[in-house]
Write a protein that binds this ligand. Structure first.
Ligand code: ADP
Ligand code: MG
Length: 323
């Protein structure tokens, strides 16, 4: 007998375990009832993954369960929030139990790692689409907004850039990778690790932050536009993985680290007086970071090689509606 909508929700999306103390009422009623700690702002972010647009239709359910939550937690990280709750709107072509087992285990596994409780959602039939809303807390004065960058601030990025873009090239068969390299970069594409600890550590020290979902040049561009400033990147400082380094020329050189999305690292700016503090805070959070450029008063983004050549890639990045 096919699974009813109510059985499906009860089986796969009712929270296991005792749950969070700030959840007065979770999955199962008309609304969730939630407590925001006094003195905190509620940070809310939502993202949709549509089959055929954001992922190939045959993507593994476990990868989708992870990524749908991870991209939202990455937004919380980028504003300096501590994750608390999530809601999940799922549109499924059919109640495929094997798919649901894998999807919900990966979703709940990542949720558990960050102390996130799934408190509600919606389940409908239709072409596969996954919408997650994540909720977190951030102190009133601690949020890392896009608008705070000032001329003279240093620009940093966490981790390494371009691996997810390399994985896409491999999936689109534009590039053949050795098996081990392919596995490594597909992991970066499908299993991004939200930089929560880094975002929290940067609360007191960064002037602006964003997560790199559409490509460094495009996302840094959002910080620059919101802050009314420009910047110069020292492109050859951009951190890349040993895997990307091995396929650097075949993968188009600096195009991927500058222009490819889906890495979910944080790009942030730091007033020069806070440089030491920021580097110590991230080291204490166990998060590698690299200084990659400078905020300037002159508008626009300049992407310079060490010999002074401007790569002119500032407009690179994925946009759903062009422009
Ligand atoms: P309503 O008709 O009142 O919207 P639903 O039948 O849609 O109720 O949902 C019943 C309960 O199950 C609600 O608490 C809702 O939040 C929860 N729920 C539905 N789908 C999901 C899902 N995919 N994940 C988590 N909770 C869900
Ligand atoms: Mg509903």
């Amino acid at each position: 007998m096919p699974l009813s909508e109510f059985d499906l929700i009860a089986r796969y999306f009712r929270s296991a375990g005792p749950g969070r103390a700030d959840v007065a009422l979770g999955v199962g009623d008309d609304c969730a009832l939630l407590r925001v700690p006094p003195g905190s702002l509620l940070a809310v972010s939502i993202d949709t993954l549509v089959a055929g647009v954001h992922f190939p239709v045959d993507t593994a359910a476990a990868d989708l369960g992870h990524k749908a939550l991870a991209v939202n937690l990455s937004d919380l990280a980028a504003i300096g929030a501590e994750p608390a709750w999530a809601t999940l709107a799922l549109t499924l072509p059919e109640a495929d139990e094997a798919w649901l087992v894998q999807f919900s285990a990966a979703f709940q596994g990542l949720a558990a790692r960050f102390g996130v409780e799934l408190v509600g959602g919606d389940t409908t039939r239709g072409p596969l689409s996954i919408t997650v809303q994540a909720h977190g807390f951030v102190p009133e004065a601690g949020a890392l907004r896009r608008a705070g960058a000032r001329p003279g601030d240093l620009i940093y990025v966490t981790g390494e850039l371009g691996d997810a873009g390399l994985a896409l090239l491999a999936l689109q068969q534009e590039l053949q990778l050795p098996a081990a390299d392919r596995v490594a970069v597909l992991q970066r594409l499908y299993r991004p690790a939200p930089r929560i600890a880094a975002g929290i550590a940067l609360r007191a020290v960064a002037s602006a932050a964003i997560d790199v979902s559409d490509g460094l040049a495009a996302d840094l561009g959002h910080i620059l536009a919101a802050s009314g400033v420009g910047a110069t990147l020292q492109v050859e400082r951009l951190p890349i993985s040993p895997v990307l380094a091995r396929h650097f020329h075949a993968a188009g050189g600096w195009v991927l680290p500058l222009g490819a999305g889906d890495d979910y690292e944080l790009c942030f700016t730091v007033p020069a007086v806070h440089q030491g503090l920021a580097e110590q805070a991230l080291e204490a959070a166990g998060c590698p970071c690299t200084w990659i450029g400078l905020v300037e008063a002159r508008p626009g983004l300049r992407c310079l090689l060490d010999d002074g050549t401007d790569l002119g890639l500032a407009g690179a990045g994925y946009q759903h509606f062009g422009g």
